[in-house]
Design a protein around this ligand. Structure first.
Ligand code: SF4
Length: 394
């Protein structure tokens, strides 16, 4: 398939790996920001093919995972109310709130519907003028523009029974917060290519300068990720810290002006809580005053919700790159995709789900498996790396 097959070419991957091996002289810790990149890395075993000096730390760029528990509980509360049709993308239905999830609300009689676009929810609102229709708007700069456009349409067409439960977040403030953390080990970032295709790259040079950290805009296929790693390592070895675009087939410096204009019209920047991390200043969007009538939080007044995270879930550490999923005691035992304790085990972009899908058969006991850095220090190859010896990707 065009734009996929040519970016999975094993011979080219081998050449990029050779270049990375020839470049690296000491340990470096890089963070891939997006959960889609994490899945690609784990699925293709890219972290295990890299030289042991390079550790990939999985970042917080999974929209489902970072949606705060309080917002999940608000969704559960609204979806339970009589007369409400609650619409969402499918992956939010299994995210555990305090004691239940949206699937259980549906099982208890709530009208919870899976849609494939916010415009589907708007159509449902048009078809059901006597019902309140709410769409759960979560995610980063990638999903915010279509949700903004849907609210814009609702206002323009006077569809008053449509509202948006907003939990949108922005990547640059999260990078800033990660770098400010006293526990931060990140020395370079693979920035999320699809986010930059919307927002461009203008927000990143100041971050790179302030934190003296290279930021390379990176795509999602194996060759994209290897090229992002190669460029980041090259900068680190040279002592540089600039912004580079390694995803030029999708990203321009200015991004998508039409999408940015829609965001500016409908949303305003606000502080936002990230699940497992806490409040990050200016890291989210909410509906601006002009569109406040379509704000589900405002319409349903869901305040004073008492939230409780499962004590054994360490997804906050996973989301900050402080813990690998298979180092959590609950991984693959009390926490699986069928009965997840945390959102990072639910989402198709969650790091815990990626490890469960592709790594759960690796040797070792949950909670006691050596992290990549320890493996690198001991020079021990992972079982997957060993099994690939002699292959074009090894
Ligand atoms: S494996 Fe499960 S319990 Fe552990 S951090 Fe991930 S989601 Fe939470």
């Amino acid at each position: 398939m065009k734009y996929i097959d040519e970016f999975q070419d094993p011979a080219l991957a081998g050449r990029l790996l050779d270049e990375i091996r020839a470049t690296v002289t000491r340990p470096w810790a890089l963070m891939e920001v997006c959960g889609g990149q994490t899945h690609s890395i784990i699925r293709h075993g890219i972290d295990q093919l890299l030289p042991p000096e390079i550790e990939l730390i999985h970042g917080p760029g999974c929209p489902v995972c970072v949606t705060p528990l309080e917002m999940i509980d608000k969704a559960l509360e609204i979806a339970s109310r009589p007369g409400v049709i609650f619409c969402s993308f499918g992956d939010m239905l299994r995210v555990p709130g305090t004691g239940r999830d949206l699937f259980q609300v549906r099982g208890q009689g709530g009208d919870v519907r899976v849609v494939y676009s916010p415009l589907d929810a708007l159509r449902i609102a048009e078809q059901n003028p006597d019902r309140e229709v709410v769409f759960f708007g979560i995610g980063f700069e990638t999903t915010a523009p279509p949700n903004a456009m849907t609210v814009h349409q609702a206002r323009k067409r006077s569809i008053r029974n449509f509202s948006l439960l907003v939990s949108h977040v922005r990547v640059p403030p999260a990078i800033d917060a990660i770098m400010r953390s006293p526990d931060c080990r990140v020395q370079g970032f693979l920035a999320a290519g699809h986010v930059c295709s919307v927002m461009g790259t203008a927000e990143y040079p100041e971050l790179a300068q302030r934190h003296q950290v290279p930021i390379v805009v990176t795509g999602f296929e194996p060759l994209d990720i290897l090229e992002g790693v190669r460029r980041t390592v090259l900068q680190l070895e040279r002592g540089e810290h600039t912004v580079e675009n390694a995803y030029q087939r999708a990203v321009t410096a200015e991004g998508n002006p039409a999408a940015q204009a829609m965001l500016s019209d409908v949303f305003e920047i606000t502080d936002r809580a990230w699940r497992g991390i806490g409040v990050i200043p200016n890291s989210g969007w909410r509906l601006s005053e002009r569109y406040r009538d379509h704000d589900a939080e405002h319409r349903f007044s869901v305040e004073g919700i008492d939230t409780r995270e499962p004590a054994e879930c360490r997804s906050g550490e996973v989301l900050q790159g402080l813990l690998k999923p298979n180092e959590c005691e609950a991984f693959g035992t009390t926490c699986t995709p069928r009965s997840p304790l945390g959102a990072t085990m639910v989402s198709s972009e969650g790091a815990c789900a990626a490890y469960y899908l592709y790594r759960r058969l690796d040797a070792g006991t949950p909670g006691q498996r050596p992290p990549a850095a320890a493996r690198a220090a001991s020079g021990t190859p992972s079982p997957v790396t060993a099994s690939l010896e002699g292959s074009p990707l090894a």
